[in-house]
Structures are given as structure tokens and as C-alpha cells.
Design a protein around this ligand. Structure first.
Ligand code: C2E
Ligand code: MG
Ligand code: MG
Length: 430
């Protein structure tokens, strides 16, 4: 890596970065490694950046001046926020070279930055996703590096590699065929994650999440599974299988004292199928499931594509008795005023805001505004991804209604759910 004269570029927008990353993934040579680094900068000057907005630009500029000499011409960066920089390092001749790059970056950040009258110290944590594999999307790669970064931060490591890298690079070429076989054999697993009312400490609902069969010789992560079914037109088959499994597994819950609404995820692609509501309702009839026992979570971005068609399908789903929630709220571009057009019952705040709200005043404010706005529209709010007591306390004080997160429980198979809920209710009845 040549130093002083590096022409590495820093882009202005994450979207632009994602497009470039996808191009790199698509054009990657099999004998070269592409690395994606998510660099989180825990800084000692956060208060100043909050008080003075222009300070953020100065600090980004100074940071970039620091980082750039350690990068190569073909490397590309973007500041995803004041505290986070994404870097893509394409065409590495060997995977080990990424370690060299990481050490260079960490060394440059060891020295505090002098700004006017104060010095800025860093405690960086880097998440790394490395892949020579084609067929991976930029979104997946960013998510993998982001998760690795969170793990590095949580475990006080300076850097961590995405755990799924190795598994992903071992994914077979014939993944679509494998997925089709598993769906055909009705073999997908479903796990359930409780949604807890944080004021009464009752489990009021669960979200059903699909999983690759645990007894299958090949491991396929859920994001790869979903991407494959979406790409290969199997999403309706997957959804129907998840719904059928949920109806079968939950058929005895009420008799055993567990009365919860079950939410399943509905892919965006299904919203332009006018026959979908009837197909889903038919499953409910076959299983004698009560109308209103099933909710459908739809991601925010999915709603925006074809407004008229979406409103029509959602209205019909609602008429047939399904509850509707907007998933991952806050990551799309819609306003709540616009969402008024949809017959929604619940809003789920995306976990990227929830996760960092105790550390970031901005994220705290985002979560608070979503809670308040949703309540103004008469909608209950679920916060997703709360991992710590502190976060749950903060959400409770804000008036958020429910929490779904590792703090209470990770997703679990139906066989464990009843006992978990009974124990939880007993513990909180005291
Ligand atoms: P989602 O619908 O937003 O589901 C929530 C995700 O957040 C789940 O990941 C869950 O395990 C995770 N999560 C919940 N609490 C925490 C927490 O405290 N910390 C962390 N780090 N994560 C938490 P999962 O199961 O990997 O699912 C990922 C996504 O895959 C889902 O996001 C959903 O978009 C999709 N998906 C899962 N099952 C289905 C399905 O049956 N159909 C469709 N179309 N999509 C599905
Ligand atoms: Mg969901
Ligand atoms: Mg979600």
C-alpha cells in the first residue's frame, strides 16, 4: 500500500457505497479477496459533536485525512454516521492482507487527533466480512460486517470477523435446488420469539421466524435462505409453509394456557398478488384457527413500491381478519402521515435504532419520536432488538408498549415456548 499519494475515495452516500460494493462483488475474481470493514469509532468528544453540527464535518474530514494514507487507490470509504466508517478493500491478493489493513487503520487511530484546544481519543472496533464468493449481495455483506463489529464492541475486541463468512463461502452452487427440495419436503423449521408488554410483563405475542432444518447436513443462514427464495420465486411457497407450520405447532397452545397472537413475516413480493389474502385465509379455515390469531409483519420499504395495489391487498387481508404490522420501521423513507393510508395495527421499530439508543442521543430521539407519532395515530409500538435492561427501562419510560429482544428471549422452538412463557409469567407475578 503506497502511503502519501493514495487516491482512495470517500463517497458521500451509503447508497452509492452499496452500489459500488455490489459491482465489486459481481466483478470479483475468484483468486482475489474482497473485504468489507465496518469501523466504529467510539470517540471521546461526542458531546462536542452533538452541540455543534459543523464540528461533525470537521472531524470527518480530519479522520479521512488520517485513514487515507493507509489505503490503496482502489479502496473506497463512506461515513455511515459521525461514528461509523465503512471501507471496501477490493482485489486483495490474499485474505491475510486484510489483517494488514486493519492493523494500519488501528495504528493510525491510536494517536489522538488534535483539534483546536482539545484532543480526540478513539476506541475503535472493526467488523470484517471477507468473501471470495459470488452471489452474495452488498446488503448481506454490510450486515455481516456490522454484526461482527457489534460483537467486537461487546467483547471489547479491536476487530472481529463475521462468523458466517466461512459458512457462506461453503454455500453450495446449487443452493436454489437445495432450498426447493427442503420446501418440497416440508422440512423448514420455525422458531418463536416472545413480544413482551413491558408495562404488565406479559407475553402478548410471538414472532415466527423461519430456520433452515437443523438436521440438514448443510447449514444455510436465514438471510441466505430468504434471499434465495426471493430470487428464485419460491417466496409464496415458503410463506405458506411457515404459516402451516405455525398453525400446526400452535394449535394446542390456547388449551395449554398460552393465548398469544402469532406474527409471521410477509415478503414484499407477495403484496402484488391479489389472490394472496384468500390463499392465506384458506389455511386458517383448514386449521380452524381463529380470525385475528395471526398477524403479518411487512417491512416498511415493501409498502412503497406500488401504493394502490398494496393498499388493496392490505385492506383485503385486514377484512379477512389478519392483523398487520410494519416491520423495521425507521429504515425506509415513509412518514407516518403517509402510512395513514394503510390499515395497520402495530409498528415495529427497527433494531438498529433500539440497539444504540442508550449510547446515542440521536437514536434515542428517533425512537422517542416514532413512539410518540405512532401513539398519535393510535398504534401500539414494538421495539425490536433490545438486548439490555437499560434499553428496556428507557423504552418503558418513553411509553413504548412492547419489546422483542434478546434481553427477554432469543427465538426458540415451539417445544420450549410454553415452558418459557409459564416461567416468565410466574417470575413476574411475584
Ligand atoms: P425481522 O422480521 O425483522 O426479524 C427480527 C430479527 O431480529 C430476527 O432475526 C431476530 O432473531 C432478530 N432479533 C430479535 N431480537 C434481537 C436482539 O435483541 N438482538 C439481535 N442481534 N437480534 C435480534 P432472524 O431470525 O435472523 O431473521 C432475519 C430476517 O429474516 C427477519 O427480520 C425477516 O425479515 C426475515 N425472515 C425470517 N423469517 C422469515 C419468514 O418466515 N418469511 C420471510 N419472508 N422473512 C423471514
Ligand atoms: Mg419481522
Ligand atoms: Mg424487524
Amino acid at each position: 500500500m503506497d502511503t502519501e499519494q493514495s487516491h482512495a475515495s470517500c463517497l458521500h452516500h451509503c447508497a452509492e457505497f452499496a452500489v459500488r460494493l455490489q459491482q465489486e462483488i459481481d466483478n470479483a475474481r475468484p483468486d482475489r479477496t474482497l473485504a468489507l470493514l465496518v469501523l466504529h469509532l467510539q470517540r471521546s468528544d461526542r458531546i462536542i459533536s452533538l452541540i455543534s453540527p459543523s464540528y461533525a464535518d470537521v472531524i470527518r474530514q480530519r479522520l479521512w485525512e488520517r485513514l487515507r494514507p493507509g489505503l490503496r487507490d482502489q479502496d473506497v470509504a463512506v461515513f455511515a454516521s459521525d461514528n461509523e466508517c465503512w471501507l471496501m478493500l477490493p482485489g486483495l491478493a490474499a485474505p491475510e492482507l486484510v489483517l494488514l489493513a486493519i492493523h494500519r487503520i488501528l495504528t493510525t487511530l491510536d494517536v489522538p487527533l488534535m483539534l483546536d484546544s482539545h484532543s480526540v481519543h478513539f476506541s475503535p472496533a472493526i467488523g470484517v466480512a471477507v468473501t471470495p464468493v459470488t452471489g452474495l449481495t452488498s446488503t448481506t455483506m454490510i450486515r455481516m460486517a456490522d454484526q461482527a463489529q457489534k460483537r467486537a464492541s461487546a467483547e471489547h475486541l479491536r476487530y472481529a470477523f463475521a462468523e458466517q463468512d466461512i459458512k457462506t463461502s461453503l454455500l453450495p452452487e446449487n443452493l436454489p435446488k437445495l432450498v426447493a427440495e427442503v420446501i418440497e419436503a416440508n422440512a423448514l423449521n420455525v422458531v418463536y420469539q416472545p413480544k413482551v408488554d413491558i408495562h404488565t410483563h406479559r407475553v402478548v405475542a410471538v414472532e415466527a421466524l423461519v430456520r433452515w432444518p437443523s438436521d440438514h447436513p448443510q447449514f444455510v443462514p436465514v438471510n441466505e435462505l430468504i434471499e434465495t427464495v426471493e430470487r428464485c420465486g419460491m417466496v409464496e411457497a415458503l410463506t405458506l409453509q411457515v404459516l402451516t407450520t405455525v398453525l400446526r405447532e400452535s394449535s394446542g397452545w390456547q388449551a395449554q394456557g398460552l393465548d398469544v397472537k402469532i406474527w409471521i413475516n410477509l415478503s414484499a413480493r407477495l403484496l402484488n398478488q391479489p389472490e394472496l389474502p384468500r390463499t392465506l385465509a384458506h389455511k386458517l379455515e383448514v386449521w380452524f384457527a381463529a380470525s385475528g390469531s395471526i398477524g403479518l409483519e411487512i417491512t416498511e420499504s415493501a409498502l412503497i413500491r406500488d401504493l394502490e395495489q398494496t393498499v388493496e391487498v392490505l385492506t383485503e387481508l385486514k377484512r379477512l381478519g389478519f392483523a398487520l404490522a410494519i416491520d423495521d420501521f425507521g429504515t425506509g423513507y415513509s412518514s407516518l402521515a403517509y402510512l395513514r393510508r394503510f390499515p395497520i395495527d402495530e409498528l415495529k421499530i427497527d433494531r438498529v435504532f433500539v440497539d444504540s439508543m442508550t449510547d446515542s442521543v440521536q437514536d434515542e430521539q428517533i425512537v422517542k419520536s416514532i413512539v410518540d407519532l405512532a401513539h398519535n395515530f393510535g398504534l401500539p409500538v414494538v421495539a425490536e432488538g433490545a438486548e439490555r435492561a437499560e434499553t428496556v427501562d428507557m423504552l418503558r419510560k418513553m411509553g413504548c408498549d412492547q419489546v422483542q429482544g434478546y434481553y427477554f428471549a432469543k427465538p426458540m422452538p415451539a417445544s420450549q415456548l410454553l415452558k418459557w412463557c409459564a416461567d416468565f409469567h410466574l417470575k413476574h407475578a411475584r
